[in-house]
Design a protein around this ligand. Structure first.
Ligand code: ATP
Ligand code: PRP
Ligand code: MG
Length: 287
């Protein structure tokens, strides 16, 4: 079986959660030391640990088949690759920011200097708005660039907003981008059939983890007189599973429900007469 060549972040915010998600999907990604290539022979995958910023390059130009990186890093890459699955972690927004009062609107950026580690992404955004500004490309810690007089504003990743606040800056304008970790592949039309099949299996496994993270299993006992009303509350993915109970006039019901809706649904089920309402977590699944 040919190996699927998979690029994973070797450090940074995305590294640990990417490895955890793959491990939950059944792959063996653990590194015993600092090795940069790990073979998962049982699953026919070879993992290459690379800087997240370089991952789109390796995947886009075809040296590696798939990879996990940030949507913002993908869009900033000079080599294009296709986003095939958003992965729900590494969420962050990308904003312009400046000293409050000094700049409060994106239109005021015309002719100003903007520090960023994401020049392509920012340039394209400014062009779309017809704004001409000078970009100052920095590797990191861009928040300090305004204080040190290197730039008039910055464009950077904002997660909690703490770094901005402690640097005396505030965002202005709408978010330039909402980013999260994404699975990427080279231009799908250039992928051979065997690789496409391996990617399909990978995507199904990852979707299994995503569903397992966002849904819970709900079990309850329900009087048959209330079952129609209860089924409306728990439609499930196809339909709820209904089994007989060893008690006349009652059924046992099982269904998947969105994790964050579970408390409200449990209250509603109780109100229609359901009892012994249990919630349990999924490890993974194929839907
Ligand atoms: N708080 C955060 N800080 C930085 N990047 C974040 C954060 N939360 C999510 N991300 C995402 O992580 C990716 C940045 O990867 P990068 O390797 O630069 O991570 P990093 O946390 O900045 O690590 P380092 O600065 O050590 O290289 C981007 O896709 C970014 O949107
Ligand atoms: O909104 P917050 O939760 O404060 O997070 C955002 C900050 O985190 C990142 O910096 P990082 O620590 O990666 O350092 P870097 O700028 O050197 O990459 C990013 O560039 C912001 O500075
Ligand atoms: Mg960083």
């Amino acid at each position: 079986m040919a190996s699927l060549r998979f690029a994973l972040p070797n450090k940074g915010s995305l590294s640990e959660p990417a490895a955890r998600m793959l491990s939950e999907a059944g792959y063996r990604v653990s590194r015993s030391g600092r090795e940069l290539i790990v073979a998962d022979k049982a699953n026919g995958v070879q993992f290459f640990f690379l800087r997240p910023r370089d991952i789109a390059v390796y995947v886009g130009e075809g040296s590696l088949d798939v990879g996990i990186t940030g949507r913002d890093l993908l869009l900033d890459s000079t080599i294009a690759a296709d986003e095939i699955l958003p992965l729900g972690f590494g969420r962050a927004s990308f904003y312009f920011a400046g000293v409050p009062g000094a700049i409060s609107d994106v239109s005021e950026l015309a002719g100003r200097r903007i520090a960023t580690s994401y020049p392509k992404l920012v340039r394209r955004h400014l062009e779309d708005q017809g704004i001409k500004a000078d970009l100052v490309r920095l590797d990191g810690a861009v928040e300090t660039a305004v204080e040190l007089g290197v730039a008039d504003a910055i464009a950077d990743v904002v997660e909690t907003g703490i770094t901005l606040k402690t640097s005396g800056l505030a965002t202005f304008g709408d978010p330039i981008l909402r980013s999260e970790a994404v699975l990427i592949q080279r231009d799908a039309t250039r992928v051979d059939a065997e690789t496409a099949e391996a990617v399909e299996v990978l995507v199904r496994r990852l979707k299994g983890v995503l569903i397992a993270r966002s849904y819970v299993i709900l079990d309850f006992d329900c009087p048959t007189s209330a079952q129609e009303e209860a089924f409306k509350l728990v439609p499930g993915i196809e339909a709820p599973t209904v089994s007989p109970l060893a008690r006349e006039g009652w059924v046992a019901v099982r269904s998947l429900v969105p994790r964050h809706d579970a408390p409200k649904i449990m209250d509603q089920l109780w109100n229609v007469g359901a009892r012994a309402i249990l919630v349990s977590s999924l490890d993974t699944c194929r839907i």
